[in-house]
Design a protein around this ligand. Structure first.
Ligand code: ADE
Length: 126
C-alpha cells in the first residue's frame, strides 16, 4: 500500500498498534491508559487475560507518530520492577501465535464482516 506524505519517512514496521509484553499481571487498563496516554490519544487498549495472553496488551493510538513516540520512550520502561517490551503490531507474528482453531474462527469473522464466503465466483458479465 502506498504511504501518504505524512507517513512516508517512517520505517515500514511503524504502525498505530503496539504489542506490549512483560506487563505485571495485575496492571489495570486505567493504568495503561495513563501511561500510554502521555504520548498521544489512545483509541483502544486490550489487556490479555488468558493463560497465553496474560502480561500482554494491544495499544491502539489515533496517530501513527504518537505510536512511534511511545515506542521510543516506553521500550524498557520499568513498571513494578519489570521492563516493558514494546513491539509494533505484526499480523504475521500474531497469526503464528494463534492456534489453527483460532485462525479458522478469525477467518469466519472476517468473511462475515466483509460478506464473502471464501469461494471463487465468476466475474459479472459486462
Ligand atoms: N505476537 C508476537 N509478536 C507479535 C507482534 N509483533 N504483533 C502481534 N502479535 C505478536
Amino acid at each position: 500500500m502506498q504511504r501518504n506524505d505524512r507517513t512516508r519517512r517512517l520505517p515500514p514496521e511503524v504502525n498505530r498498534v503496539l504489542y506490549v509484553r512483560n506487563l505485571p499481571f495485575n496492571i489495570s487498563a486505567d493504568e495503561l491508559y495513563a501511561l500510554f496516554g502521555k504520548y498521544g490519544a489512545v483509541r483502544q487498549i486490550r489487556v490479555g487475560n488468558g493463560k497465553e495472553t496474560r502480561g500482554t496488551a494491544y495499544v491502539v493510538y489515533e496517530d501513527i507518530f504518537d505510536a512511534k513516540t511511545a515506542v521510543d520512550h516506553l521500550s524498557g520502561f520499568n513498571v513494578q520492577n519489570r521492563y516493558l517490551i514494546i513491539l509494533y503490531y505484526n499480523a504475521t507474528r500474531h497469526k503464528q501465535k494463534l492456534g489453527l482453531k483460532d485462525q479458522e474462527a478469525e477467518l469466519r469473522r472476517m468473511q462475515e464482516k466483509h460478506g464473502v464466503d471464501g469461494e471463487q465466483h465468476p466475474a459479472p458479465k459486462k
